[in-house]
Design a protein around this ligand. Structure first.
Ligand code: OAD
Length: 236
């Protein structure tokens, strides 16, 4: 912890990559592991373009349920510590795989969302995208003003990441002095490529996770425990 704290304090440029684990203490379920969403639901039924084409109402029911759950959640000390880290660093980027918006609610501003935003909807007919923070939604599946079917503006399995988000994340990873990876199983690509990329370009790697991951062996330091407890300590 002491060594990691010093590395973080001394780094002139920092990139943070977060996954579902950072929101676990806010009561938002992760995807894998105990209590994970993919233990009870099959991604191919709910989080693919094919699933949506087959049964948009079912997919929306699942998203509507998650939106209501996230609406009740509050950012935790881990989210807040990352917002504080951003205030301390001139060169900083927070790259998240999360769609819950809790980083922004905690005060983070320089955020890149690799997997979209659960509070945005996008029309499958005319392409118009908009924010819609109602939870539950009054009608499922929701419709666009043009009559087209709206979908959650998130990235599903088999879909490419938003181009500019990926480019920003990649550029930041290549130039960062230090990358902090928090609460991700590092199993989903291309997000999982960012840490090896940063490492290959000379960055130090600090991991914060309850468990060992494929990134642990690559990391200069792996801190085991809850993000909401470890991140505030890392900033002390
Ligand atoms: P996962 O559910 O795969 O992994 C969560 C990670 O967080 C695991 O490594 C846990 O050990 C760790 N963890 C859990 N609670 C923690 C805590 N309190 N503090 C620290 N670590 C904790 O979630 P992601 O890696 O984010 O994609 O999953 C990546 C992507 O897979 C998601 O964005 C989503 C999913 O399918 C799409 O929907 C496209």
């Amino acid at each position: 912890m002491q060594q990691a704290r010093k590395w973080l304090r001394d780094a002139a440029s920092v990139v943070v990559l977060t996954g579902a684990g950072i929101s676990a203490e806010s009561g938002v379920p992760t995807f894998r592991g105990p209590g994970g969403l993919w233990r009870n639901y099959r991604p191919e039924d709910l989080a693919t373009p094919e699933a949506f084409a087959r049964d948009p109402e079912l997919v929306w029911q699942w998203y509507d349920w998650r939106r209501a759950l996230i609406r009740r959640a509050q950012p935790n000390e881990g989210h807040r510590a990352l917002a504080e880290l951003e205030r301390r660093k001139e060169k900083f980027l927070l790259v998240t795989q999360n769609v819950d918006g809790l980083h922004e609610r905690a005060g983070s501003r320089r955020v890149v969302k690799l997997h979209g935003d659960i509070w945005r909807v996008r029309c499958t007919a005319c392409g118009a995208a908009d924010r819609d923070e109602r939870a539950p939604l009054p009608q499922l599946p929701p419709r666009c003003r043009c009559g087209g079917l709206l979908r959650p503006d998130v990235v599903w399995f088999g879909e490419p990441l938003p181009d500019s988000a990926w480019r920003q994340a990649e550029a930041a990873a290549r130039s960062a002095e230090l990358m902090l990876v928090v609460g991700t199983s590092a199993l989903v690509y291309p997000a999982a490529e960012l840490a090896p990329l940063a490492r290959g370009a000379g960055a130090r790697l600090i991991e914060v996770n309850l468990e060992e991951t494929p990134l642990s062996a690559l990391s200069d330091c792996s801190l085991r425990g809850k993000a909401a407890e470890l991140l505030p300590r890392l900033l002390e």
